[in-house]
Design a protein. Structure first.
Length: 216
């Protein structure tokens, strides 16, 4: 049995959610859900969080600052299904220490609501793709940017030297190919190493390939 709590400021909304959670559905088993408590505000529900498995809340009844505070006080304990019509709601939840979370539209059907509650109970991410996708894309892009520091742009000559390094040419061969001195080649290679954050030719070529600076 999945114990569910509902937080919504309007009595009519709470009644509607109660009906959806208990409605018969061909895709979900409502008999596995038990609505154990309701409240008009998250602050009022806080003392009872330990009594439920999944909390279903509307955004006006559960402000993000309250959610952030409660999640921080009980990290990994709360499974929250937020009902909203903007993808910003997912972005607000994505970094919080919740056990599981999801975002559904306020117009979600009984099947969608019950399925999302079941998924969150299992510790999964759940919700409407249109509401989740923008936030997940932004999160992944930010994670990639953080993991891979921005590389200082190579000059045109440095790019040429790196390309020739990738083809296995020695410093003297590169100098002849580009019509510059071997000393200048060494200067360019040192600059390339510094900009790519590497210490040898192999690493320079590998990083160059990964970041689209080298074409093999």
């Amino acid at each position: 049995m999945i114990r569910v709590g509902v937080v919504a400021s309007l009595p009519a909304v709470r009644a509607g959610l109660r009906a959806l959670l208990s409605a018969a559905s061909p895709l979900s088993d409502a008999s596995m859900l038990e609505l154990v408590r309701e409240a008009a505000a998250l602050a009022d529900f806080e003392p009872y969080l330990s009594q439920i498995d999944v909390l279903v809340a509307t955004t006006e009844a559960a402000p993000i600052l309250e959610i952030r505070r409660i999640a921080g006080e009980s990290p990994g304990q709360i499974a929250l299904l937020l009902l909203a019509d903007e993808s910003q709601a997912a972005w607000n939840l994505i970094d919080l220490p919740l056990r599981a979370w999801g975002v559904l539209s306020l117009e979600a059907s009984a099947e969608e609501l019950q399925a999302a509650v079941g998924a969150l109970h299992e510790g999964l991410l759940a919700g409407a793709p249109a509401l989740l996708r923008p936030a997940l894309r932004r999160y992944l892009a930010a994670a990639i940017d953080e993991a891979e520091p921005v590389v200082e742009t190579l000059t045109e000559r440095e790019s040429q030297v790196l390309q020739l390094l990738a083809h296995g040419l020695a410093n003297k061969q590169i100098a002849i190919r580009l019509g510059i001195s071997e000393h200048t080649v060494k200067f360019h290679i040192s600059s390339i190493y510094a900009k790519l954050g590497v210490t040898n030719r192999t690493e320079a070529v590998r990083v160059g390939v990964q970041r689209g600076l080298v074409f093999l």
